[in-house]
Design a protein around this ligand. Structure first.
Ligand SMILES: Cc1cc2nc3c(=O)[nH]c(=O)nc-3n(C[C@H](O)[C@H](O)[C@H](O)COP(=O)(O)OP(=O)(O)OC[C@H]3O[C@@H](n4cnc5c(N)ncnc54)[C@H](O)[C@@H]3O)c2cc1C
Length: 833
C-alpha cells in the first residue's frame, strides 16, 4: 500500500473506478483506489446495466453522452469487452402530453448533439410486432444507446486505470479522515473474510493523500459521519425481475435482431431482452429507503427479498404491452439498494466546508453516469473547472438544514418520480412545507401556490383563493399551464401599478473586518460600491466563468451585505468562506463572514405605484421626500422605517420597474406584510410570484444565476461587460481574458405557437445550422409575445438577427433584440417622485 498519494479514491464501484481512471488520464500520478470488499461488490454488480440517454438536465445529458461514447472505446483501449449491446432505446408514449415531454427533452438532446428519431405506433408495430401499439401516441428512439455489463465495464475501466498507473487495493476499508492543513491522513483497516462475513482485522495503515474522493455508494451515511458533514444520499429499494424464455420472443429472434430497451414511461417501467426472456424494471410507488444510518456489516453483495405485490401493476402492464410475455414464468429477481438524493441528481464535487475532499455520492443511474462523472470530476480536480457547469450536481446545493428524515423521504419521492411527467413547472410535494417565512400563512390564504427553493417555500403565483389542493398539480403543462393567466395578470400589474414579491429565500452574507474591502475587491470583478450604494458584481471561477452573482451593499467602510441567488446558501457560502481563508492565508487582513440568510426577510415591491405605497408607510422627518431620487437614488441603500419596522431598503428591482427591495428583520415580517398590503390596496397592488418575475426580468435582459449565468460562461460572454472593471486585478481575470468570446448571451422575441412559450431549453437555428440554445423563456406582457434568453455564436448575437427556435418539434421565428428591450433607457426604474 502506497502511503503518500496525490489522490485516494474510496470505493471500487463503477463510479470510483471511472474517477481513478480519469484522474490518471488527466495526468495525475500516484492515484490509489481502495475498496473495502471486491470491485463492483456495492450496487454495481446487480445493476441492470441500462444506459439511457434520456434526461431532462443539460449537465446530466452531457455526462451520459460522454459515458456512452467512452464505453464504446474501452475494448480497444484495454482489450476487455465491457459487454455494450447497442440495441437502441425506444421510449414509448401513451398520451400526447407524454409526447410533449419527449419533444421538450429532444430540445435538450439536440443542444447536446444526442441523436434521436421519432416513431409512430405503426412504425413500432412494423419493426417490433411483439409490442402492442394501438394505445400508443408515439415514441422517441435513440439508436446509439442500449445496455452494458456493469461488472465488465468496471473491470475494463479498472484495467485501463492500472495501465495508466493507478494502484487498486481491495479489502481495505477507510475508517477515518483527518485534515492536517495540507493533506488528509486517511486511516484504513484491512478487511478479512470470516464465516462469509467481512470483518476488520488488526492491520491498519495511514495514507497521506493530497486529495480524497469518496465514491462509497450505499455507505455514504458512514462516510458523512466520518467526515462530519451531511450527505443526503440514501438508498431506496429497486427491483427487477427476469422471466423464463418467451417462446414468441425466441421464435422472433431466429430471424430478427434484439429488441431495443423498451420503456413505457406511463406504465413506469423498462424492459429488455434477457436470454430469450424479458427483464422488467419497474419504478413503482412505495419503494422504501434503506440504510438511513449505515449499511449493516452483514450486508455485502446482498439483495433484499422480492416484493412482487408492490410491482404487480407494472408487471401486468408489461403483459399488456408485450402480450406474449404472459406465457413466460418468473425466473429470477433482484431487489437491491439504489442510491438517491432529494432531487435525483448525484452529489459530485467539493465536499461542503472541507478542503481537497471530493464527493461522488448518490448515483441512481451510476452505470450510465460513471464515465462522464469520472471525466468531469477529474476536470474539476485537475483543472479547477469542467467545461460544463457542474453547479446542478454540486454537493453544496443542500444546506445544514437538511436532515436524515428529509433525505430519506425525498429520496423515496425521487425514485417514485423517475417516470412521472417531468413538467418544467413541476413542484414536488414530499416534506413540505418545511422552511417557511412568517408571511407564509398569509400568502397561502391569498391563494399562493408555492415552489420549493432549497427547502424554502416561495410563491410561484397566486391562484384562486379557494383552489383545491390539486390545483397546482393539475395546472402543470409542457405548454401554457392553467397557472399562466395568473402569472400574466401579476406581470401586468407590476408594469401598470405595483406588485409585491416575496424574495426571502435570497442568500445573504455579511462580510466585515479590516480585510473586507481588499478581499471583496479581489474576489469580485466589479468596482466596489461607495458607502450607501450598491453594485452588481460577480465572483469568478478559476476558469474565469461566473461562479456567483452578488448584489453588494456597502454599509460602511469595511461592512458589506452580500445578496446572492435564493437557495444557493451553502453553495455560495462555502466558496466565499474558502476564498476569504485563502485571502487571509496569503497575508490579507482579517475578514469575518456570517451567513445571515435566515435573519432577514425580503419583499420586492415594484411598479409605478410602489413609491406611493411606501410613502404611506415611511416614518421620517420629511416623509414626502424620503423616497425621492435626491434622497434615495437608484442603486442606493438606506435604513428606513416603514411603520414600526426598521427596513434596509435597496433601490433595485429585478422586474425593471420603479421599486425597492425591503430587507427586514424576519420576526417583523407579518407586520410589514400587513402594512404593505393594506396600503397597497389603495394603489392597485397585486401579490406576485416568481413566475411573473422571471418573465419580467427577461424583458430587461437581466441574466439569472443558474440559467444565463453559470460556470460555463464568462461575464463577458454573458454580456455583462459594464459590471467588469478591467482596470483592476481580480480572481479569474486572466482566465476570463484568455477564454475570449466563444458565444454571447442575447435576448429574443419569439413568434411561437398560440398555446406555448419556450422554457429555456430549446435549440436555436440559423437555417439548418444549430447556432445556440435558450437558457430562459416565457411570456412578455410588454410585447405580447413569447420571450427568451440564451447563448448563440457571437456573429448571431447582433440585434435584429433572425433565427429560429425549436419548440414542440417545429421551428418558430426568434429575433435577437437590443439588450433590455423593455425601457432600454431605464426611465421607469429611475422615475422620480
Ligand atoms: C436493481 C438495480 C438495478 C439498477 N439498474 C441500473 C441501470 O440499469 N443503469 C444504471 O445506470 N444504474 C442502475 N442501477 C444503479 C447503479 O447500480 C448504481 O447507481 C451504481 O452501481 C452506483 O455505483 P457506485 O460506484 O456509486 O456505488 P457502488 O457500486 O455501491 O460502489 C461503492 C463502493 O464503495 C465501497 N466502499 C464503501 N465504503 C467504503 C469504505 N469506507 N472504504 C472502502 N470502500 C468502501 C463499497 O464496498 C462499494 O463497492 C441499478 C441499481 C439497482 C439496485
Amino acid at each position: 500500500m502506497k502511503t503518500h498519494v496525490k489522490a485516494l479514491v474510496v470505493g471500487g464501484g463503477a463510479v470510483g473506478t471511472s474517477i481513478a481512471y480519469h484522474l490518471a488520464k488527466a495526468g495525475w500520478e500516484d492515484v490509489v483506489l481502495v475498496e473495502r470488499d471486491e470491485l463492483t461488490s456495492g450496487s454495481t454488480w446487480h445493476s441492470a446495466g441500462l444506459l439511457p440517454y434520456f434526461n431532462m438536465s443539460y449537465a446530466t445529458t452531457h455526462i451520459h453522452d460522454y459515458s456512452i461514447r467512452f464505453y464504446k472505446t474501452l475494448k480497444e483501449e484495454t482489450g476487455l469487452d465491457p459487454g455494450f449491446f447497442v440495441v437502441g432505446n425506444l421510449r414509448m408514449a401513451q398520451t400526447r402530453e407524454r409526447m410533449d415531454e419527449y419533444m421538450l427533452y429532444a430540445s435538450t438532446a439536440e443542444t447536446c448533439d444526442v441523436p434521436y428519431e421519432w416513431m409512430t405506433p405503426a412504425e413500432i408495430a412494423e419493426r417490433w410486432p411483439l409490442v402492442r401499439t394501438e394505445d400508443l401516441a408515439g415514441a422517441i428512439y435513440h439508436p446509439t444507446d442500449g445496455y452494458i455489463n456493469p461488472a465488465d465495464v468496471t473491470q475494463a475501466m479498472a484495467k485501463g486505470a492500472r495501465a495508466r498507473g493507478v494502484t487498486i487495493e481491495r479489502k481495505w476499508q477507510v475508517d477515518g479522515y483527518a485534515w492536517t492543513g495540507a493533506h488528509w491522513d486517511v486511516t484504513l483497516t484491512k478487511m478479512v473474510e470470516k464465516g462469509g462475513n467481512l470483518i476488520p482485522s488488526d492491520e491498519r495503515v495511514t495514507v497521506h493523500a493530497e486529495h480524497v474522493v469518496t465514491a462509497t455508494g450505499n455507505h455514504s451515511q458512514r462516510t458523512a459521519k466520518l467526515l462530519g458533514i451531511k450527505i443526503p444520499a440514501i438508498p431506496v429499494e429497486h427491483q427487477y425481475i427476469i422471466t423464463e424464455p418467451d417462446p414468441a420472443l425466441v421464435e422472433y429472434r431466429k430471424t430478427m435482431p434484439e429488441h431495443p430497451v423498451l420503456r413505457d414511461a406511463d406504465a413506469k417501467w423498462y424492459v429488455r431482452e434477457e436470454r430469450g426472456g424479458w427483464m422488467l424494471g419497474p419504478y413503482e410507488y412505495g419503494a422504501p429507503a434503506r440504510f438511513e444510518y449505515a449499511v449493516p456489516d452483514s450486508f455485502r453483495a446482498d439483495l433484499f427479498p422480492l416484493d412482487l405485490e408492490r410491482i404487480e401493476e407494472e408487471y401486468m402492464s408489461m403483459i399488456h404491452r408485450i402480450p406474449s410475455s404472459e406465457t413466460a414464468g418468473l425466473k429470477d429477481d433482484y431487489n437491491g439498494p439504489i442510491c438517491y438524493t432529494p432531487d435525483g441528481n448525484p452529489l459530485l464535487g467539493p465536499a461542503p466546508g472541507l478542503r481537497n475532499m471530493w464527493l461522488a455520492e448518490g448515483f441512481s443511474f451510476g452505470i450510465t453516469a460513471a464515465g462522464g462523472a469520472g471525466k468531469y470530476l477529474a476536470d474539476l480536480m485537475v483543472e479547477g473547472e469542467a467545461e460544463i457547469d457542474m453547479g446542478s450536481l454540486d454537493p453544496r446545493r443542500y444546506g445544514a438544514w437538511m436532515t436524515t428524515e428529509y433525505a430519506a423521504r425525498k429520496n423515496e419521492e425521487a425514485y417514485a418520480h423517475v417516470y412521472i411527467l417531468h413538467h418544467p413547472d413541476e413542484e414536488r410535494e414530499a416534506c413540505r412545507p418545511l422552511r417557511t417565512a412568517p408571511a407564509y400563512d398569509r400568502q397561502k390564504a391569498a391563494g399562493a401556490q408555492f415552489g420549493q427553493v432549497n427547502g424554502w417555500e416561495r410563491p410561484n403565483y397566486y391562484g384562486p383563493v379557494d383552489a383545491p389542493d390539486t390545483f397546482d398539480h393539475d395546472a402543470r403543462s409542457f405548454r401554457r399551464g392553467a397557472w399562466w393567466p395568473y402569472a400574466e395578470a401579476e406581470a401586468r400589474a407590476v408594469r401598470e401599478a405595483a406588485g409585491l414579491i416575496d424574495a426571502t429565500a435570497f442568500t445573504k452574507h455579511s462580510v466585515t473586518g479590516p480585510g473586507a474591502t481588499a478581499f471583496l475587491d479581489r474576489f469580485t470583478c466589479n468596482r466596489l460600491p461607495r458607502i450607501g450604494r450598491i453594485n452588481l458584481t460577480y465572483a469568478l471561477s478559476v476558469a474565469g466563468t461566473v461562479r456567483t452573482e452578488y448584489t453588494i451593499v456597502r454599509l460602511g467602510e469595511t461592512d458589506y451585505y452580500l445578496i446572492s441567488a435564493g437557495g444557493l446558501t451553502a453553495y455560495d457560502g462555502d466558496y466565499l468562506r474558502k476564498a476569504a481563508e485563502d485571502f487571509m492565508a496569503d497575508g490579507g487582513d482579517f475578514v469575518v463572514i456570517h451567513d445571515v440568510t435566515t435573519q432577514w426577510g425580503v419583499f420586492a415591491l415594484a411598479g409605478p405605484n410602489s413609491r406611493s405605497i411606501l410613502n404611506e408607510l415611511v416614518r421620517d422627518s420629511e416623509p414626502e421626500t424620503a423616497l425621492s431620487n435626491k434622497r434615495f437614488p437608484w442603486l442606493s441603500a438606506r435604513d428606513i422605517e416603514l411603520g414600526m419596522v426598521p427596513v434596509r431598503a435597496i433601490r433595485v428591482a429585478y422586474t425593471g420597474e420603479l421599486g425597492w427591495e425591503l430587507h427586514h428583520p424576519i420576526e417583523m415580517q407579518t407586520h410589514l406584510w400587513d402594512r404593505l398590503t393594506e396600503a397597497g390596496a389603495r394603489h392597485g397592488l397585486k401579490l406576485a410570484g416568481a413566475r411573473a418575475q422571471n418573465w419580467l426580468r427577461q424583458e430587461k435582459s437581466y441574466r439569472a444565476y443558474g440559467t444565463e449565468l453559470g460556470r460555463d460562461a464568462t461575464p463577458l460572454e454573458a454580456g455583462l461587460d459594464r459590471f467588469v472593471d478591467l482596470s483592476k486585478e481580480f480572481h479569474g481575470k486572466a482566465a476570463m481574458e484568455e477564454t475570449g468570446i466563444r458565444f454571447r448571451c442575447a435576448t429574443f422575441l419569439v413568434d411561437g405557437p398560440d398555446d406555448a412559450d419556450p422554457w429555456g431549453r430549446e435549440a436555436l437555428y440559423d437555417g439548418e445550422t444549430r447556432v445556440g440554445r435558450l437558457t430562459s423563456g416565457g411570456w412578455s406582457v410588454a410585447f405580447g409575445k413569447s420571450i427568451g434568453m440564451g447563448y448563440v455564436t457571437p456573429e448571431k448575437a447582433a440585434p435584429g438577427t433572425r433565427l429560429m427556435v425549436k419548440m414542440h418539434d417545429r421551428l418558430w421565428p426568434a429575433t435577437v433584440t437590443e439588450d433590455s428591450p423593455y425601457d432600454p433607457k431605464n426611465e421607469a426604474i429611475r422615475k422620480d417622485g
